[in-house]
Design a protein around this ligand. Sequence first.
Ligand SMILES: CC(C)(COP(=O)(O)OP(=O)(O)OC[C@H]1O[C@@H](n2cnc3c(N)ncnc32)[C@H](O)[C@@H]1OP(=O)(O)O)[C@@H](O)C(=O)NCCC(=O)NCCS
Length: 209
Amino acid sequence: MPTVTVRDFRRSDVDDLYEVCLRTGDAGQDASGLVSYPRLLGDIYVGPYLELAPEFALVAADGVRASGYALGVLDTASFERRLEKLWWPHVQATYLSASQDVMGEGFDGELLTLVRNPQLTRHPHFPEYPSHLHIDLLEHIRGRGVGSQMLATLFQRLRLAGSPGVHLGVDAANVGAQRFYRHLGFVELSRVGTDLFMGLSWQPSSAGS
Ligand SMILES: CC(C)(COP(=O)(O)OP(=O)(O)OC[C@H]1O[C@@H](n2cnc3c(N)ncnc32)[C@H](O)[C@@H]1OP(=O)(O)O)[C@@H](O)C(=O)NCCC(=O)NCCS
């Protein structure tokens, strides 16, 4: 079994991390057979975090390549505003003219709908959980405590930066990941379509006060 190291993101990890995103992009399962544009998923769910919030980007390296990531942002609303100015125009220029043929069809079609209408990627507003995160590991490094270790490090960084709590979206079909998050103390916040939102607060409970 390879030794896995958790470390800060480096620019040279980008292609590996896009690959991790693709290999875990179908509710935690490999999405590579579902898409015609292999980088599109990463351009939506990984690239913006590496570009706009690299200080909260952690990598799990297995000695050969980067095989997992935990990506966070401190404040979701301001991140989304920055995305609209700094990220989406570039993604739209890359995909929208070349993609008329698959627009609206299958998984690619769903992703291209997001590129065309980035407001659909906005998260619900969770004032007590303003930060959010994504975590994905390739299969060969799962189940060994790496995910827990990465999130402990990410939580420490977010808290030090002043975050009172973090949320995430998980596919309702991805029950394994939901168990993992519950194990870490996340609770269900809301459901939007097939997305379940979960949150973890670091504030002392106000119950009874
Ligand atoms: C979900 C994921 C990040 C968990 O990371 P991990 O390193 O495998 O998890 P850990 O080994 O740190 O597990 C911590 C605890 O959660 C539990 N857990 C983790 N994954 C689980 C799963 N799929 N089903 C049930 N329990 C799970 C473990 O049993 C463990 O409990 P223990 O401490 O009592 O043994 C990882 O498995 C993964 O990337 N999965 C595929 C992609 C994915 O679904 N990402 C989430 C998208 S929202």
